[in-house]
Design a protein around this ligand. Structure first.
Ligand code: HEC
Length: 171
């Protein structure tokens, strides 16, 4: 694609929006020769074939994780959006900033929906750098759980929060 200094066709009319990227002129790129279009199906197939890494034995507390699972699907209401076993919504998986208790700065800059996508949660144990959420605002999983506890008034005890974090590490 042009963004990567290759040559090819790329069409996304959402980028023509003044607030998004109209200035870049990338909404309708027709590079000759087109070295992009013919490769997209295979690339997509490859992406879908990649399994999420599996947490190594001993990297989380199994008893706490089991309790965390109950909380995830019950009291903490996480599964209302992060539906197991995908851990995102099967279908429409976008939410407004207010639904997850954050500002809309990045959402407003995105083309189209101006919402955030429910992050799938597999392989979280391997995610040790850069923080969580779209801008890495939460340094640890404990911080993420604390955030939900506050904005959604979940009333989780300290041991509930710990159990939820162990469950997240088990995915
Ligand atoms: C209203 C839907 C909704 C509910 C309820 C919800 N989440 Fe989320 N979750 C999201 C969205 C949307 C994001 C992406 C936020 C972003 O990128 O800024 C997210 C992101 C996350 C992430 C960060 C993943 C990453 O790779 O950065 C974790 C961890 C997480 N949620 C765990 C939970 C837990 C635990 C609960 C329950 C206490 C929960 N979520 C409840 C919608 C939800």
């Amino acid at each position: 694609m042009k963004q990567m200094h290759g040559s090819g066709t790329f069409i996304d009319s959402r980028l023509a929006n003044e607030k998004v990227a109209a200035k870049t002129g990338l909404a309708n790129t027709r590079g000759k020769p087109d070295e992009v279009t013919g490769k997209l199906n295979a690339l997509h197939y490859y992406q879908l074939s990649l399994p999420a890494p599996i947490p190594p034995a001993g990297s989380f507390d199994t008893t706490a994780a089991e309790r965390g699972k109950q909380l995830f699907e019950g009291k903490a209401q996480c599964a209302s959006c992060h539906v197991p076993p995908l851990f995102t919504e099967p279908g429409w998986n976008l939410h407004s900033a207010s639904e997850i208790g954050v500002d809309s700065f990045q959402a407003d800059r995105s083309p189209g929906e101006q919402k955030y996508r429910t992050a799938p949660l597999h392989g979280l144990f391997a995610h040790t750098k850069g923080g969580f959420y779209h801008d890495g605002r939460f340094a640890t999983l404990d911080d993420v759980v604390e955030h939900y506890n506050t904005v959604k008034n979940l009333n989780l005890s300290d041991s509930d929060k710990k159990a939820l974090v162990e469950f997240l590490k088990s995915l």
